[in-house]
Design a protein. Sequence first.
Length: 501
Amino acid sequence: MNRITLALALFPASLVSSVACATPDPRPGADDAQIELDRIKALNDAGPMLNAVLVYDRDAAARARELGQSPLQGRTVLVKDNIETREWPTTAGSLALSDNTTGRDAPLIARLRANGGVVLGKTNLSEWANIRDRSSSSGWSAVGGLTRNPHALDRTACGSSSGSGAAVAAGFAWAAIGTETNGSITCPASVNGIVGFKPTVGMVSRTHVVPISATQDTAGPMARSVEEAARLLGAIAGSDPADPATADADRHMADFTQGLADYSLKGVRIGVMRGQVGNHAGVSALFDKALADLEAAGAVLVDVEYDWPEGFWQRSLTVLLYELQRDMNAYLATLPDPAMPDTLADLVAFNKANAEAEMRWFGQSLFEQSLETTDEAAYRAALEANLKATRQDGIDRLLAEHSVSFLVAPTAEPAWSIDLVNGDHQGNGVGAGSLPAIAGYPHLTVPMGAVEGLPVGLSIFAGQWQDHAVLKAGAAYERARTAVLPAPTFTPWLKTGEPVQ
């Protein structure tokens, strides 16, 4: 049985269509929930064993049936395992938090339930959202093992929201929630061939979410279409008194699905970030095709240039490491179980004591460096410089100087080969996601095709609180897209690119 035959055998016709065409499934509710549970059992727990879902509610179909008249109509949502849900432990992928059952919902989860969403289960992730060590492998955690990409089992699902991305691509839920500090929603969405949306920081509460950086952290939707992502965003967004960053969220709330279906790109000026296309020929060809589709839809394309300022990346690391210790200590202090770690230093000690299970593949150099990053003045100077570089001198400047409404670039390179021994090995210079990530601005990735069966996304981003506008632009591109999108094969990808027989 070859890859195509296997994919069609594993996917019901309606689900193959929804993945390949990125159209919303019109049949939410109990029937879908049971199909999704069956798929998890067949493809996550057995068969190719994607390891995308850690735990799930076997009674989800009954819960979905009870919510048929609610706004989300019992649609199922998987949740990244650094976001607290009352049913299960929240581990961030670490054995140190394997018993972290708080019995509480993060406010974003409470909103999801109130809007009729069914919390189907928790998804695997890159342990500690990929902030533990420089040589980590995306998609691996000590709790869940290695998440596999359903398009190519031997290629990365990226991170840190690897499980959420792989689960949506595999049809395990209507949608999923990921989190991002810098690329952790958009990269997994891109390489798994789905839509991912990192909202403006402050649109979605971070309370009871395992943190890295108060400046950059946010949760966001991952789905098979822009409409589905917009619908999920509307169900989880809003102000939270416990999270000061969300003070203005209610003022920017909307029915994010409104206007998606009829938004026109005719006459819309879009900035093309040529310097962030990278040097991968396949990605460049896909991007050129996406640009042609945008032009055919009436968009006016304008080349724009941005260079990362000198010292930018070192300053970025200083900000993340300073905030990691501060924010992690604050989160751990809220845990109700006194047996849980109290500080980042406790986590470092735990990893050393459990090195065989936790550090077989990579260490904890960034955790240890964070413990030494305590100069508040240096942190504040780095933060101010990089916010200015990405906001006033970055996205805001590019939009204003070129009179463009949006910026576009490829999201990421195709999924690279998994290598637990040597870690991740990106290297083609593809993408501009760090700009909106560090600025805290909205960033949408939409599938734009594939290189040798490996999906690649198109990034669309704009200014602060322009979330609805970015989603409308993404939906318009989705309609204009001429590229054929691949369905998952649930098989390895061979170096020759030949199908598995």
